[in-house]
Design a protein around this ligand. Structure first.
Ligand SMILES: NC(=O)c1ccc[n+]([C@@H]2O[C@H](COP(=O)([O-])OP(=O)(O)OC[C@H]3O[C@@H](n4cnc5c(N)ncnc54)[C@H](O)[C@@H]3O)[C@@H](O)[C@H]2O)c1
Length: 348
């Protein structure tokens, strides 16, 4: 067994799945979103052909990098996926998802359908069309409130949030399928349990998304910042370019990463109080000079979050390169340069 419980299908490994150095056709589901646009751009830069499938639930096709093909489609609807998969592709990067912990509590069935049924549909398409490579966007919320911090991939998953449950269920579906002994082709899957991803292009006008983007947006609009609970809960913030490095690294290292689950975090943590202080300071505002409010804690909150990132480093040499401070500066630079009346004009 590998960390995360997946079986490494080394015995079924097919040398043809090695992707390094080849121009590929890659489907990126959720490719109009925050992480998906960054990944798409990098894949295009590396000479690959990219088809984005997205239903624009949390994004817009205008964000899709030039050079990628956009296909309006919903992962909950196999008939939307079929025409693109039928064309054939070398790899699927599956990022389409409902990404909000709060929205999942408000609409559990909606979350289940997008995150689990949508992933099942993507996996079924891979089987039907013999796609040999799938990388899945899993989440650190799979761990739930664990006392083991920094948390390695071998830690048991007991998600507390509905969102964490659906992300983990989908992850297990992906890996259990790849390990099926009755498959007649090598289906190499990798999951990334991503921690709190931040960077240019992150929504900062969307209360359902990333805390850093929410804080940035509020300061830029001169609105008070609300901290839920005592603010001493910690998060591991990882810069989006580092995340993209890992996805591309896994495509380049199919053999080493197949069947495995990796944490993608910075390996460091900040409390939400610290985060607020850093974002306020980065705007040149005096400490204590900003309207900070506290509200009761929210359901599904993990108390201490910090990734143990040794497994990715040891397996395929991935290492986050940006410090939190550098990443924040780049994010603010982007936000300043793209500000419209309601938020950033476009993803970078
Ligand atoms: N951002 C993070 O910190 C983080 C951390 C862990 C995991 N993830 C996962 O990474 C993935 C990408 O997250 P993101 O931060 O870029 O969020 P995002 O909301 O910007 O991107 C998700 C994309 O999926 C699309 N989408 C939603 N439902 C869809 C559907 N039914 N069919 C097709 N497309 C659909 C959205 O329109 C959006 O473009 C998600 O699966 C998320 O769960 C994100």
């Amino acid at each position: 067994m590998t960390p995360g419980g997946g079986m490494a299908p080394a015995a079924r490994y097919d040398a043809c799945t090695q992707m390094r150095g080849r121009a590929l056709h890659i489907i990126v589901t959720g490719g109009a979103g925050f992480i998906g646009t960054h990944l798409t751009r990098r894949l295009l830069d590396e000479g690959h052909r990219v088809t984005v499938i997205d239903n624009e639930f949390n994004s817009s096709r205008v964000s899709v990098p030039e050079g990628a093909r956009f296909h309006s489609g919903d992962v909950r609807r196999p008939e939307d996926l079929e025409p693109i998969f039928a064309e054939g592709c070398d790899a699927v990067c599956h990022l389409a998802g409902q990404v909000s912990i709060i929205r999942a509590f408000e609409n559990p069935v909606g979350d289940l359908r997008t995150n689990v049924e949508g992933t099942v549909n993507v996996v079924e398409m891979c089987l039907k069309h013999r796609v040999s490579r799938l990388i899945y966007a899993s989440s650190m919320t799979a761990y739930g409130d664990t006392p083991i911090v920094p948390t390695p991939e071998t830690e048991c998953c007991r998600p507390d949030s509905y969102y964490g449950i659906t992300k983990f269920a989908a992850e297990r579906f992906v890996h259990a399928t790849a390990a099926r002994p009755d498959l007649d082709f090598a289906f190499d899957v990798t999951s990334f349990r991503m921690f709190s991803v931040f960077g240019p292009g992150q929504a900062w006008d969307n209360p359902y998304q990333g805390v850093l983007g929410i804080f940035l947006g509020r300061i830029q609009r001169g609105e008070p910042i609300t901290i839920f609970g005592d603010g001493e809960q910690t998060r591991d913030f990882v810069f989006v370019d580092d995340i993209v490095d890992a996805w591309v690294g896994a495509l380049d290292n199919a053999q080493a990463t197949a069947g495995k689950v990796f944490n993608l975090g910075s390996g460091r943590s900040h409390s939400i109080n610290e985060l607020a202080a850093k974002v306020i300071a980065a705007h040149g505002l005096p400490e204590g000079g900003y309207d900070l409010r506290h509200a009761p804690g929210r359901p599904g909150e993990q108390r201490r979050v910090q990734a143990d990132i040794r497994f990715a480093r040891d397996t395929f040499g991935w290492e986050p390169r940006r410090s939190f401070e550098d990443g924040l500066a780049l994010t603010m630079q982007w936000a300043g340069g793209n500000r419209g009346s309601d938020g950033p004009a476009a993803r970078p």
